[in-house]
Design a protein around this ligand. Structure first.
Ligand code: ADP
Length: 188
């Protein structure tokens, strides 16, 4: 089974590219952000706790998202593979994913990192705020907190996968199809 990680700062276009990968390569998309928003919408206890953190631009605890990933893996035994979008977001999460996959006799296939700079993050998310109704997109100071959390907690994940020889970086600027072309070059 293939296990592709789409990596990058908030607003890099991970969700958009994941949808194209699903279409072309018949993979199952796992977005921890979408799963958390589903919990919030359903009004579960987990959703209530997550909402308080997400709305301030902070990460939810590692154990919460790790549990979601384990659940998704178990729930879809017959797919060709998975695309992880927004996960892992900490080195601890990356370690747990390695372990979950090792227990299945599998491993991360490749990490594709979509790179955009902080100013582009800000302008992309401000644009998205006009189209979608996400509280964490609505306020510049919350977006800045998310960018700071990305640098402090998520960027170290790059070194983890570089050490495993699985890290690939592509430019996140340009047309959607152009960026997808860069992804195909990596995984093709
Ligand atoms: P974006 O890529 O725009 O930041 P996501 O939908 O991936 O959007 O994530 C939204 C929020 O959900 C994050 O800011 C964070 O609070 C929470 N979240 C999503 N994935 C994780 C994760 N792997 N670990 C911790 N928190 C997460």
């Amino acid at each position: 089974m293939k296990h592709y990680i789409l990596f990058g700062p908030p607003g890099a276009g991970k969700g958009t590219q994941a949808a194209l990968m699903v279409e072309k390569f018949n993979l199952r998309h796992i977005s921890t952000g979408d799963l958390l928003r589903r919990e919030i919408k359903a009004g579960t206890e987990l959703g209530r706790q997550a909402a308080a953190l997400i709305e301030k631009g902070n990460l939810v605890p590692d154990e919460v998202v790790e549990g979601m990933i384990a659940g998704e893996l178990a729930a879809h035994p017959h797919v060709k593979g998975f695309i992880y979008d927004g996960f892992p977001r900490t080195v601890a999460q990356a370690e747990v994913l390695d372990k979950l996959l090792a227990d299945r006799g599998e491993a991360v296939t490749a990490v594709i990192s979509i790179m955009i700079d902080d100013e582009m993050v800000l302008s992309r998310i401000k644009h998205r705020a006009l189209l979608e109704n996400r509280k964490d997109d609505a306020d510049e100071s919350i977006i800045r907190t998310r960018i700071a959390n990305y640098h402090a907690k998520t960027e170290p994940v790059i070194g983890f996968y570089k050490a495993e020889g699985k890290y690939n970086e592509i430019g996140g600027e340009g047309a959607i199809e152009e960026i997808f072309g860069r992804i195909e070059k990596v995984i093709g």
